[in-house]
Design a protein around this ligand. Structure first.
Ligand SMILES: NC(=O)c1ccc[n+]([C@@H]2O[C@H](COP(=O)([O-])OP(=O)(O)OC[C@H]3O[C@@H](n4cnc5c(N)ncnc54)[C@H](O)[C@@H]3O)[C@@H](O)[C@H]2O)c1
Length: 97
């Protein structure tokens, strides 16, 4: 049996990120959110998603796993994109439906 893909959503407690987490939970994959809750809210949490609190600058500390896919919400996208090598496997796309 194939191993589940691990998908990291940065900003997963925000508007776009929470909708993305909700969509990804319909796939057979493990979804981790990294959010510093600067503008995000725990009210946006989606059941089944693993939430970690922290800034993307410390991503390796908060997410020691190597995700198969990293998907960043708009406001954190630029930071991840500027230095993709710091973020493990750094494809930045959402699996198609
Ligand atoms: N009901 C609505 O229609 C509605 C509601 C909210 C927002 N919006 C719109 O959505 C857009 C914004 O959505 P969004 O999802 O990009 O913004 P957002 O602020 O909702 O989400 C960004 C998330 O990233 C987190 N974050 C930011 N920097 C981070 C960092 N360095 N490390 C970790 N986490 C970090 C924030 O805490 C937040 O949870 C805007 O255009 C806004 O007007 C619409």
């Amino acid at each position: 049996m194939a191993q589940k893909k691990t998908i990291l959503v940065t900003g997963g407690a925000g508007f776009i990120g929470s909708h993305l987490c909700n969509r990804l939970k319909t796939e057979d994959c493990r979804v981790i959110s990294l959010d510093n809750y600067f503008t995000g809210s725990r009210d946006n949490h989606i059941s089944g998603v693993e939430y970690r609190e922290g800034h993307t600058k410390d991503i390796e500390k908060h997410v020691p796993e190597t995700p198969d896919i990293i998907s960043a919400s708009i406001r954190v996208w630029k930071k991840v994109w500027e230095n993709p090598r710091s973020y493990g496997t750094s494809t930045s796309r959402v699996p198609s439906a």
